[in-house]
Design a protein around this ligand. Structure first.
Ligand code: NAD
Length: 238
């Protein structure tokens, strides 16, 4: 199995795509740290999975990242895989979105992913291997109306992924971004069906279709792949 003996952190792992990623990693042998704010859902999932552990984590809290990574190392072992998946959306255009919502979206979606890498990468560099997968969005390659903060955050994740991949050059650590289209999760179900009706694959995507890409990038199957952006969007962005 591709993740036998490996340790993986999945943020926003309690539900939606994160829960699917946690399940997929565990099914291929990983010991998974499910990290989220949703304690009941997260604990329930961790109890279902072999060798999993739930950690309460607000990804915007730098101190919490330090203590979660220490706990994960003590309970599961050194971190081989980080999936920065936690994210939020508040709809609103450039005039209507409140500065508070704009800042909060950037804090969770962009700063949260930065803090994850900032905390985990020194250990990966020291061990000479590791993989990070940052969940951006199709909105990290295009724009959409009424999504000013979300679009900005997801372009940020895409750019930050490339910068970090270059920072880790020669270290054995690879960093890539994944760009889902509309996916059947609590967040994705809020999107209008018109969004995917005109796609070449004219349906909503399933979380497992994104998970398969995340697992590829997190595994040695992607050993020659870093700084890349990978669409799982049914052709939405063509
Ligand atoms: P979701 O709302 O179903 O799940 C997101 C999870 O992140 C939740 O469990 C939530 O509690 C957690 N979370 C939110 N803020 C957090 C914080 N501060 N600290 C820790 N955890 C936090 O969403 P989803 O659809 O599963 O989205 C997962 C990722 O995929 C997000 O980054 C989202 O932006 C991205 N995405 C989703 C879609 C879609 O259509 N569903 C499309 C493109 C990209």
């Amino acid at each position: 199995m591709r993740f036998d003996g490996k340790v993986a952190i999945v943020t926003g792992g309690a539900r939606g795509m994160g829960a699917s990623q946690a399940r997929g990693l565990a099914a291929e042998g990983a010991r998974v740290a499910v990290c989220d704010l949703l304690d009941d859902e997260g604990k329930g999932l961790a109890e279902e999975l072999p060798h999993a552990h739930y950690c309460h984590l607000d990804v915007t809290d730098e101190g919490a990242w330090q203590s979660v990574v220490r706990t994960v190392e003590d309970t599961l072992g050194p971190v081989d895989v980080l999936v920065n998946n936690a994210g939020i959306i508040h709809f609103g255009g450039v005039e209507a979105q409140s500065p508070e919502h704009f800042r909060r979206i950037l804090d969770v979606n962009l700063v949260g992913a930065f803090l994850g890498m900032h905390t985990v990468l020194p250990g990966m560099r020291a061990r000479g291997h590791g993989a990070v997968v940052n969940i951006s969005s199709a909105a990290g390659l295009t724009g959409f109306a009424d999504g000013i903060g979300y679009v900005a955050s997801k372009w940020g994740v895409r750019g930050m992924t490339k910068a970090a991949a270059l920072d880790m050059a020669g270290s054995g650590v690879r960093i890539n971004s994944v760009h889902p289209g509309v996916i059947r999760t609590p967040m994705g179900e809020s999107a209008s069906p018109e969004l995917f009706a005109r796609q070449p694959v004219p349906r909503i995507g399933e979380p497992e279709e994104v998970t398969r890409m995340v697992l590829f990038l997190a595994s040695d199957d992607a050993s020659y792949t870093t700084g890349g952006e990978f669409l799982v969007d049914g052709g939405q962005t063509i």
